[in-house]
Ligand binder design. Structure first.
Ligand code: GLY
Ligand code: MN
Ligand code: MN
Length: 439
């Protein structure tokens, strides 16, 4: 059902984008969709630029992530156009001539300066121009009509088969790099050197990865977004949590694994979280409210904590008293695609509106009901976070915890297992497990 080669799937992807653009423009009563790829941002009081990040609305159309100053122009009923900036520049390597499976579907105009785009752009007053303010060329400035953005972002949740194939490729790169990182951990490498081993295996440097690698040994696994990368290995590397992705043609994967150096009860807890995570992945089916997966995850993780003697109360009571949130203080996941945290996670419809998060769960990033084509992460975790544990210990539910058991697990930091899962019309497709199986 899902092909692995994106090339033959691109034409149908483009047809779908055109249908969506037609509908979005119709909503806004506009005639043209115009999307700048974006331009460099600079450090304050400095001539140094930040790593360029392409406008996601641009890379939805073409798998180009390193072509600042270019524009997509689409007018319903016409072939899409690409104004492609290939500057005359001897300071930098300029973008290569357009190549790849998508080229034949566009009318391509090579421009040599950003301003040369102007005569090719349709009237601003009749156009939805989607981008950041600094993409403006003089008065020709992004206007980001809310009706157009709401429509496109809502529908972007439903990936085309082409997009699934692109994410498969990103996942294959990520799985390969995760294997290299695990090997580096087992060889005793520092966080920094594990990170380098990951990048080397992915053939992507830190600026190309879809987010900053989380490479955490021992207690560092308890810091949800730990990105420090210690240069020296610890004397005793007991555990390893790595949350690291990869990109392919602008699409991301987002993968987390946790390992113990030796057999023992931390590895047993990792295995228990892994089993629970697989059951959660099986819930990724059309018609399921993603909020339910999140709430069920609290029960499942509280059960693991009780089974390991950390919690002394029932899973239901742990969720009811919010004790489960001390150990699992983030959301079960999010949509993923062109952006690691894909947009429109709370969108009620393609006209706007918000689906609320469950009360007491402020960090959940997706509240929509699953439908075929959606790709979501499933990333349960159990952490031993000093700050949250201290609060619990000083509060009315301190007695619901066996603190000696907490102390036994604290040196290992935490556990997270994260896969990227496609909702289909049938059984879910786990892109991450598939990639590891073939890595
Ligand atoms: N890597 C960030 C996340 O898992 O959401
Ligand atoms: Mn994630
Ligand atoms: Mn992640």
């Amino acid at each position: 059902m899902h092909s692995h080669d994106p090339a033959p799937l691109y034409a149908a992807h483009l047809d779908e984008l055109r249908r969506r653009a037609d509908a979005a423009l119709g909503r806004a009563g506009l005639d043209h969709l115009v999307v700048p790829s974006g331009t460099a941002h600079f450090h304050v009081f400095d001539d140094r630029d930040y790593p360029y990040a392409v406008n996601p609305q641009f890379k939805a159309w073409v798998p180009l992530t390193r072509t600042p100053g270019s524009w997509i122009v689409y007018t319903p009923g016409r072939r899409p156009r690409l104004l492609y900036l290939q500057p005359r520049d001897y300071w930098h390597v300029v973008p290569r001539a357009p190549e790849g499976w998508w080229v034949e579907h566009f009318d391509i105009e090579i421009i040599r300066t950003p301003e040369q785009a102007l005569p090719h752009l349709p009237p601003a007053g009749r156009s939805a121009i989607l981008g950041e303010p600094q993409s403006a060329l003089g008065d020709y400035a992004p206007n980001n009509p809310p009706a157009v953005i709401a429509y496109l972002e809502y529908h972007r949740a439903f990936k085309t088969p082409y997009e699934i194939a692109m994410m498969r490729r990103a996942s294959a790169i990520g799985a390969r790099a995760h294997r290299a990182a695990e090997a580096a951990f087992r060889a005793g490498a520092s966080e920094f050197d594990i990170h380098l081993a990951y990048c080397a295996a992915a053939r992507q440097d830190a600026c190309e990865l879809p987010y900053g690698n989380i490479v955490a040994l021992n207690e560092h696994g308890a810091v949800l977004h730990y990105t420090e990368l210690d240069r020296d290995p610890p004397a005793d590397a007991r555990s390893f949590l790595i949350d690291a992705g990869a990109g392919y043609g602008g699409y991301a994967c987002d993968i987390t694994r946790t390992y113990a150096r030796a057999r023992g009860e931390f590895q047993d807890m990792v295995d228990a979280v892994d089993a629970a995570q697989q059951a959660m992945c099986a819930q990724v089916r059309a018609g399921v409210d993603y909020r339910e997966i999140h709430l069920d995850a609290h029960l499942a993780l509280a059960r693991v904590l009780r089974d390991f003697g950390v919690l002394k109360l029932s899973p239901e009571a742990a969720v009811e008293t919010r004790v489960s949130s001390v150990f699992f203080p983030h959301g079960i996941g999010h949509g993923i695609g062109l952006q690691v945290h894909d947009v429109a996670g709370f969108a009620e419809s393609d006209r706007g509106g918000t689906i609320a998060k469950p009360e007491g769960h402020p960090y959940l990033r997706l509240t929509r009901t699953l439908a075929p084509g959606m790709v979501v992460t499933i990333e349960p975790g159990i952490y031993f976070i000093d700050m949250l544990l201290e609060e619990l210990r000083g509060g009315p539910h301190a007695h619901s915890v066996d603190w000696a058991r907490v102390d036994a697990f604290r040196p290992f930091g935490g556990i997270r297992i994260e896969d990227d899962v496609v909702c289909t019309g049938d059984a879910p497709l786990n892109l991450t497990r598939e990639a590891f199986a073939t890595a």
